[in-house]
Design a binder for this molecule. Structure first.
Ligand code: SF4
Length: 103
């Protein structure tokens, strides 16, 4: 079974020209989003991205960008319970009120 998170990791962006193929993203992503192909990172499973930010923080050349904190399993679960799009729901929903998850 494949897990999916908020809007298919829509904030995850890969700059192929900047990528040096170090493989850090493959190593740090616990969701198997990336592979290496011809010396460059490739996004294979965008739908599995939970926007944790680990890949963007650990790459040496800033080839990856993601709005970390936008997505999380908690927000996804809250959305499912409410029957809405995944969201922390701000202060009324028990979130931080910043419109982001867990921060
Ligand atoms: S943000 Fe996290 S889950 Fe998404 S691709 Fe990067 S390391 Fe993987």
């Amino acid at each position: 079974m494949t897990s999916s998170y908020i809007k298919n990791g829509e904030t995850l962006a890969l700059d192929n020209a900047a990528c040096i193929g170090c493989g850090a993203c493959v190593d740090v992503c616990s969701h198997g989003v990336f592979s290496l192909e011809a010396g460059k990172a490739r996004i294979d499973r965008r739908e599995a991205c939970m926007e944790c930010g680990a890949c963007a923080r650990n790459g040496p050349v800033a080839a990856l960008a993601v709005e970390a904190g936008v997505g999380c399993a908690g927000a996804n679960s809250l959305g499912k319970l409410r029957g809405t799009a995944p969201s922390c729901g701000g202060e009324a929903g028990g979130g931080s009120g910043k419109g982001t998850a867990c921060c």
